[in-house]
Design a protein around this ligand. Structure first.
Ligand SMILES: *Cc1c(COP(=O)(O)O)cnc(C)c1O
Length: 420
């Protein structure tokens, strides 16, 4: 392999950089499920910007709309002024996302990152309820700002905050304990005035924990959580930043459970094109913000609104994408099961087009990712001990690309396990 010229990154870019260490090359162009480095080597992308590129890199439909908009001098930056692009987006969200699902949400545009959406959701829940405590779950990941970190599990990420992360209480996620998680502790603690648990403003949950190791919550578990919250006036926040926009099949990952969260955080794939954008969706009655109470300079990233609107029209006017995601996911699941059967010490779990290969010997997961990279496949690890190889291909991935990617993955596992 040609050694990549990376001197300037090492000399100048902060040590905080991460993914470039796992994938030591210099990427140049991308299209669909493929990235190409500056030496012309191609990599199949089963990482998809950690779930930001559900519709692939440089999707030609979005690209054309974006270029046309820019060439017509469409507004790029507008704080939260009203623009034609934003109006189109809101109307399309209403017509294609909310109305067909019977959702009566209002839409907040926070700063354009997942963490900013989570911060806004937490602030709003505390403001509306007048309570401070938020319940979160083991292995949760909600972003790297202080509020988002306070509801995140990972000890190393939490430690980097440098201040105490307070006013949150972790609860066991589905599958965390050996016995089936049935909320017996949480329910008891909420209803017992002597449990020491302050009545929370909200519970924040991911339906599938992506960073936490592809931990999939059962629908019945999510339903029980939702009922538990609503019966006690506790707001349910679903962080759909990574699992939303079709990753698990339906547009929202919680649809499968038949629940309606009070607040939803959306980001990553919402712009479709990989342009920064985030949304907070809230039940109409909860929209108790005063004007400007949560603001930010980049809330009006109108080029992202343009591609977001096109993405909704292109992929969410019918259920074709949802059906193809579920079909491709089932195929991947079957092949991963076959793979785990031929090697001991590995299991698999997932939903839709997010899948994990869980290694009993955690160190093997990282090695598999390294070998996969050398063989031309991008996959990353996740989980408490980085014990899970996470597969997150674009939803638009083709059957041939799935076969190709899983072939590389199987080969990488073989090399790591058998040394040849
Ligand atoms: C990525 C992610 C975030 C944080 O989003 P940023 O844009 O990195 O701030 C929050 N929650 C979940 C579930 C995520 O996957």
């Amino acid at each position: 392999m040609t050694i990549a010229e990376t001197t300037v990154f090492e000399a100048l870019e902060s040590n905080v950089r991460g993914y470039c260490r796992s994938w030591p090359t210099v990427f140049d162009t991308a299209r669909g499920a493929w990235l190409t480095d500056e030496n012309g080597k191609e990599f199949l992308d089963f990482f998809a910007g950690a779930g930001t590129l559900n519709y692939g890199h440089n999707n030609p439909v979005f690209k054309k709309a974006l270029v046309d908009y820019i060439m017509a001098d469409g507004i790029t930056h507008a704080l939260d002024m009203s623009t034609v692009a934003k109006r189109r987006l809101l109307e399309t969200m209403r017509d294609l996302v909310f109305t067909p699902r019977g959702l009566d949400y209002k839409v907040q545009f926070p700063g354009p990152t997942g963490a900013n959406a989570v911060e806004a959701a937490l602030k709003l829940a505390r403001k509306v309820t007048g309570r401070t405590t938020v319940l979160n779950f083991t292995n949760a990941f909600h972003g790297m700002t202080l509020g988002a970190l306070s509801v995140t599990g990972n000890a190393a990420k939490r430690a980097a905050a440098g201040v105490p992360l307070v006013h949150t209480t972790p609860m066991p996620f589905d599958g965390y304990l050996d016995e089936p998680e049935d909320f017996s502790w949480m329910r008891r603690a909420l209803d017992d005035t002597s449990s020491g648990l302050d009545k929370p403003a909200a519970v924040i949950v991911e339906t599938v924990q992506g960073e936490g190791g592809v931990n999939v919550a059962r629908s019945e578990w999510l339903r029980t959580l939702s009922e538990l919250c609503s019966a006690r006036g506790i707001l349910l926040i679903v962080d759909d930043v990574q699992m939303g926009c079709g990753r698990t099949g339906p547009f929202f990952s919680f649809e499968i459970a038949g629940i309606t969260p009070d607040i939803v955080a959306v980001s990553k794939s919402i712009s479709g094109y990989g342009l920064p954008m985030a949304l907070v969706l809230m039940r109409r009655e909860l929209d108790q913000w005063a004007p400007g109470e949560h603001n930010g300079t980049f809330r009006g990233h109108n080029t992202a609104f343009v591609t977001a609107e096109v993405a909704l029209r292109e992929y969410w006017s019918d259920d074709a994408l949802e059906r193809s995601t579920l079909a491709k996911g089932a195929r991947i699941h079957d092949q991963l099961v076959t793979l785990t059967e031929s090697f001991g010490g590995i299991t698999t779990r997932g939903r839709g087009l997010v899948h994990g290969l869980v290694f009993e010997d955690a160190s093997q997961a990282e090695k598999v990712c390294q070998v996969a990279f050398e063989l031309g496949l991008l996959v990353e690890t996740s989980g408490a001990t980085e014990q899970v190889v996470k597969l997150l291909p674009p939803l638009t991935v083709s059957d041939d690309e799935i076969t190709h990617g899983l072939g590389i993955l199987a080969r990488a596992v073989e090399i790591v396990r058998d040394g040849h």
